[in-house]
Design a protein around this ligand. Structure first.
Ligand code: SF4
Length: 284
């Protein structure tokens, strides 16, 4: 028979073992609960992450789409811009070509006009030259006279009832008054009331005498002569009214004396009168 203390020990050992077992069960249960709790705790986080991932993915896709869309729009814009530029270039090219054509046309027209003008001028010039040649071919009355008469006969020419020396001096002085400009012979003959026949012979006479030169010129379609002074003859007319010829003190007069032409009143008046007389020629 077991004693009471052993029984008690055994009983306590059973209780301890039981307690230990219960404790282990409780621990296991707690671990399960903990795991469940952890699992439960982790689930929303996963969901959240998955949700976030989905959102991020969507955003990424949307972003990609937007970028792609932007690229397409940009590409379209570039194409449209290129088209506009190409169109503008084509228009500008057309305008430039049209402008060039217009300029070329104008140049061509101007060239044609210029050529036509040149031809017209050439024709006119030729016509004038032909006319001039034709006129030149026409012999003047003076040229015929020169052929008909000798130089002596021409110099001996005189007009009836006319003092030829006086006339020669007068005409020479008149021609001299026109200096280097000269005077047309027909104008001079009108002033002197000479016929053109006498005038022409007188001009030839003056030329042969060496007083004048004659220049053949075409005036209003007709050949005539410009008369130019060559040599002013010493004329007795120029001194015939000189006060010295009848001066009572002529014997006492000298250039360095008290009575002198330098201070002579008569000489001064005579020169002035002579000068006025020459001016009348020019006016007439
Ligand atoms: S210059 Fe006079 S002063 Fe002398 S001679 Fe002639 S007019 Fe007489």
């Amino acid at each position: 028979m077991e004693n009471n203390s052993d029984f008690m020990v055994k009983k306590e050992l059973v209780s301890a073992a039981k307690l230990k077992k219960e404790l282990e069960l409780a621990k296991a249960e707690l671990a399960i609960q903990k795991k469940k709790a952890e699992t439960k705790k982790k689930e929303p986080k996963k969901k959240e992450e998955a949700k976030k991932k989905a959102i991020a993915k969507k955003k990424e896709e949307a972003k990609k789409k937007a970028i792609a869309k932007k690229k397409v729009i940009a590409k379209k814009k570039v194409i449209a811009k290129k088209k506009v530029i190409a169109k503008k270039k084509a228009i500008a090219k057309k305008k430039e070509e049209a402008k060039k054509k217009a300029i070329a046309k104008k140049k061509e027209e101007a060239k044609k006009k210029e050529e036509a003008k040149k031809k017209e001028e050439e024709a006119k010039k030729k016509e004038e030259e032909d006319k001039k040649k034709e006129e030149e071919a026409k012999r003047t009355y003076e040229e015929e006279l020169e052929e008909q008469y000798t130089d002596e006969q021409i110099i001996d020419f005189s007009i009836d009832k006319t003092d030829m020396d006086k006339l020669v001096n007068k005409v020479t002085e008149m021609i001299a008054s026109y200096e280097i400009k000269g005077i047309l012979q027909n104008i001079l003959w009108r002033k002197l009331k000479l016929s053109s026949r006498d005038g022409s012979r007188l001009a030839l006479k003056l030329e042969k005498m060496g007083n004048i030169t004659r220049e053949k010129i075409l005036e209003n379609g007709r050949w005539t002569y410009l008369l130019l002074i060559k040599k002013i003859p010493i004329s007795t007319i120029s001194i015939e009214n000189s006060p010295c010829l009848i001066c009572p003190v002529e014997g006492k007069c000298s250039t360095d004396g008290e009575i002198s032409p330098k201070t002579c009143q008569y000489i001064e008046e005579w020169v002035l009168a002579d000068s006025k007389s020459k001016k009348r020629y020019e006016i007439n």
